[in-house]
Design a protein around this ligand. Structure first.
Ligand code: SAM
Length: 295
């Protein structure tokens, strides 16, 4: 087995890359090899698939459909019953709602959901109830998760979302208070959450300042792509594989810039098992992290 590996390595090392590519495409054309994501179909460069992640040196000047599209809201609604069934105790929490079908038994998703459960349990210690603002909280997937992991906790749960999601959310989850404007900042909350949403705001520092200002006790900024060496930069994600017919810009935030901008003491940092690379980006690959701040 090892000898075969070395032989392959040797052939690759001495063969010009253009020849290797040609062989790969012929193999794909003959059905002997599967096409990798982002690779042009053999013999038809005009049908070249664009990569999921693209580094955008021009940043926010780039046009993109963005998040406020019916496709996202409809996908959330269609998957809602399956999501509720999947997070029901005593099933394991390896549940991901942002996949074409709701994923179960996914250890990476388990880490993500149990981290939220820990934050919620910590914030609700010695309390009967909790007020929460969830920025970019979808239909309230974390609201349903909160009910499942800390049963009996009285929740006043606010979600700020795009108009498309708010319209669906008000129909599907009437127990959540939905906001499509900044009226969510007219008051403060015990816990403020922004899970995989801070990075979609061009002026992320101002948003972070507002989120921190609205947090009476805890601020949980989760699932943020972070650069550990390079400064913050912008990427475009094509999200078709997740059932969303859209593409959007987002930041990869430099970790130190993020911690400084939060202006609150860091209580706990969380690792996630999610990485991506974008050709030409100042740092590759980048990982995702979550941060819990405590006033
Ligand atoms: C990647 S999803 C994360 C959903 C959920 N928070 C989670 O972690 O599973 C990003 C969410 O942020 C929302 N979003 C994007 N821009 C927003 C904005 N300006 N205001 C509120 N929500 C926004 C999107 O509609 C989408 O539901």
């Amino acid at each position: 087995m090892k000898a075969l590996w070395y032989a392959k390595w040797l052939v690759k090392a001495v063969t010009p890359p253009i020849l290797l590519l040609g062989v790969k495409w012929i193999a794909i054309g003959l059905g002997l090899r599967k096409r990798e994501h982002g690779q042009a179909p053999a013999g038809d460069p005009s049908m070249q698939e664009e990569p999921e992640w693209e580094y955008v040196p021009d940043g926010w000047q780039r046009e993109a459909k963005g998040w406020n599209v019916d496709a996202v809201a409809r996908a959330y609604r269609d998957k809602w019953p399956a999501y509720l069934a999947a997070i029901k105790a005593p099933s394991p929490l390896g549940v991901h709602h942002e996949t074409a079908e709701v994923a179960r038994d996914d250890a990476g998703a388990h880490n993500m959901l149990v981290s939220f459960a820990y934050v919620l349990a910590l914030a609700s210690r010695r309390r009967d109830g909790l007020s929460v603002l969830d920025w970019g909280g979808g239909l309230g997937q974390y609201f349903a998760l909160a009910r499942s992991v800390v049963p009996g906790l009285e929740l006043e749960y606010h979600v700020r979302e795009t108009p498309a999601v708010v319209a669906q959310g008000r129909e599907v989850v009437p127990d959540v208070i939905f906001h499509e404007g900044v009226d969510c900042f007219d008051r403060s909350y015990d816990l403020v959450v922004a899970s995989s949403s801070l990075q979609y705001e061009q002026d992320w520092q101002s948003l972070l300042e507002q989120l921190a200002g609205a947090a009476d006790r805890y601020l949980y900024t989760a699932r943020i792509p972070v650069a550990l060496r390079a400064g913050s930069f912008v990427v475009l994600q094509r999200a078709h594989a997740y059932g969303y017919d859209t593409e959007y810009l987002g930041w990869v935030l430099n970790r130190d810039e993020l911690l400084e901008a939060a202006g609150l003491p860091l209580a706990r940092e969380f690792l996630l098992d999610a990485r991506f690379s974008a050709d030409g980006a100042p740092e590759n690959p980048v990982e995702h992290r979550s941060f819990l701040f405590n006033r």
